[in-house]
Design a protein around this ligand. Structure first.
Ligand code: AMP
Ligand code: MG
Ligand code: MG
Length: 401
């Protein structure tokens, strides 16, 4: 039998749908989504739609229905698109110049309009598509009607096409917990924004010139900003999506900005090229805006060849998986579960590890305390070495949960 370009697919007793197999996605009559794989072996004889054998008039082929994709695959596929929308919101607010900054616990703990809108968009979009999942977002926002233009109902088709690891294929919505950091690296976002607008103004004739110089160095902070959506099951971070809204900002006006990385345990990590720090160099990445003596003592105890200070938990995990840093060391409370869930899932997927300073795993159940009180230690390789170097003073000051 030769398979031609178009087929009549039998969806139910009386629904025939003629289209090319490669783009068959739903029944044209009833719009029921159709997920199937096609076995190209021709057969003659009985056709039974209930057993996943579909009839193609004039020729007969077996189309093995793979069934609806697993809930968790649909969730990751949605989270991917929802994170892209949140990234677009983060860019839009920066370009508007109206950041609407609010201090939460102090000058180094900020919230902007972008944090608020991105969280509203992510949480409302995911809870509309998955009403039974638990979603925990960083920002405390008043309960209010979410504007319809903030809702994203799309999903990544590429992710939906992937096969769910067997151990997660039966998970139910109510068993999943989603941790949302709508904008990680808010401090750096506000600093980069000041620089961005100073530069923009400087391009206007008769407006600023020399005064723009001290700010021009802060644009690199744009890459510290990420949107984080982590998915946990039975307390473990099993999947994560990281959107980096200003990726490629160096290319200047007109460049298409942003990228999305994602990963799932047992399936793989996508959207970046996994790289290790060359040789045995210990490059430690740590906070630039939340440091204290414990943090610096601990970094020094690692005997690093180089120390990098950047903002954002998501950004620091990107450095680990792209070979820019060997260890993320933050010996202090401050990071919360929404900072580490998505990054941890991606890091673990590629064989890395994220723990507290004692080497103990964090738990991501819905009822855990939000603060990662015992610090964050993350590596792509050689986790044991870094755990072994943590000073006693740190271990005593930061107790595991
Ligand atoms: P950093 O490496 O300083 O950018 O921190 C990573 C994440 O943890 C960011 O989301 C910070 O907002 C958060 N964080 C770390 N330390 C603190 C702190 N002392 N107060 C508030 N947030 C913190
Ligand atoms: Mg954060
Ligand atoms: Mg945040």
């Amino acid at each position: 039998m030769k398979l031609g370009p178009t087929y009549d697919l039998l969806h139910s007793e009386n629904h025939f749908y003629r289209q090319s197999v490669s783009d068959a996605r739903s029944c044209a009559r009833c719009l029921t989504p159709i997920y199937f794989r096609i076995c190209l072996k021709a057969v003659d004889g009985v056709v039974d739609p209930l057993k996943g054998v579909w009839r193609l008039p004039r020729c007969v082929a077996i189309i093995t229905m793979s069934g609806s994709p697993a809930v968790v695959m649909r969730l990751v596929a949605s989270a991917h698109t929802v994170a892209e929308k949140a990234g677009a919101i983060v860019r839009k607010v920066l370009h508007s110049g109206e950041l609407g900054i609010v201090e939460k616990t102090g000058a180094n703990d900020l919230q902007t309009l972008a944090d608020r809108l991105a969280q509203q968009s992510i949480c409302a979009s995911l809870s509309r598509s998955f009403p039974k999942i638990t979603i925990i977002g960083e920002e405390e926002l008043p309960a209010e009607e979410i504007k319809e233009d903030l809702i994203e109902g799309g999903h990544s088709e590429e992710i939906l096409q992937k096969t769910c690891p067997a151990e997660y294929s039966g998970l139910k919505e109510e068993e999943l917990v989603v941790w949302v950091d709508p904008l990680d690296g808010t401090k750096e976002y506000t600093e980069a924004s000041r620089c961005h607008h100073h530069q923009t103004e400087a391009q206007i004739p008769n407006k600023g010139s020399d005064t723009s110089r001290p700010h021009s160095t802060a644009l690199w902070l744009l890459d510290n900003v990420t949107v984080l959506i982590g998915i946990a099951y039975e307390g473990r971070a099993i999947a994560g999506v990281i959107n980096q809204p200003f990726y490629n900002y160096q290319l200047g006006a007109g460049a298409s900005l942003g990228r999305t990385m994602w990963g799932m345990l047992g399936l793989g990590a996508f959207g970046f090229q996994l790289q290790e720090v060359p040789g045995d160099r210990r490059i430690v990445t740590t906070t630039r805006s939340h440091s204290n003596k414990l943090v610096t003592d601990c970094v020094n105890a690692m005997e690093p060849h180089e120390v990098i200070k950047v903002g954002g938990a998501g950004n620091k995990i990107i450095q680990l998986v792209e070979g820019k840093a060997s260890a993320y060391v933050f010996a202090s409370p401050g990071c919360k579960k929404w900072d580490t869930c998505a990054p941890e899932a991606i890091l673990h997927t590629v064989g890395g590890k994220l723990t507290d300073m004692h080497g103990n795993a964090y738990c991501y159940n819905a009822n855990v305390k939000h603060m990662n009180s015992a610090g964050v230690l993350a590596t792509l390789r050689n986790h044991e070495y870094y755990v072994s170097r943590v000073p006693q003073s740190v271990l005593q000051a930061l107790k595991s949960d």
